[in-house]
Design a protein around this ligand. Structure first.
Ligand SMILES: [Zn+2]
Length: 125
């Protein structure tokens, strides 16, 4: 899920950048581009206006892609921190559980519910 978000954001960012650059080209070299445009577009839009529209659309697409990327990165970063915290908490409680199962006198490991230490035979109650 995280990879899909990051990939999608990167794709949008690159696509927007390319469209923006094309828009710049169309704006500044409109006469050269006019011949390469599909015929159905040539009649509808003046190339200068289309270049500006492409710059706008490309810019917005790139910004949306960047935001998607940042959101994906931030959420994955948060998840990593959360996982590390969970690990720390789990380790701490494990340590506590282990320390509770040791003999109060000699420190030998005890079985759960043991009344006497198997090493020094002292009562644990
Ligand atoms: Zn003991």
């Amino acid at each position: 899920m995280r990879r899909i978000t990051l990939g999608f954001g990167t794709l949008l960012l690159m696509l927007g950048f390319v469209i923006y650059q094309l828009g710049l080209l169309v704006t500044f070299r409109s006469t050269e581009f006019q011949g390469q445009l599909p015929s159905f577009l040539r009649g509808i839009l003046p190339t200068g206006l289309m270049g500006v529209a492409m710059q706008l659309g490309g810019g917005i697409t790139a910004i949306v892609g960047l935001i998607v990327c940042i959101c994906g990165a931030v959420s994955s970063y948060n998840k990593q921190i959360l996982r590390q915290l969970e690990d720390i908490i789990a380790t701490r409680s494990e340590e506590r559980a282990v320390s509770m199962l040791r003999c109060r006198f000699c420190g030998a490991e005890l079985e759960e519910q043991a009344i006497f230490c198997p090493v020094c035979n002292k009562s644990q109650r």
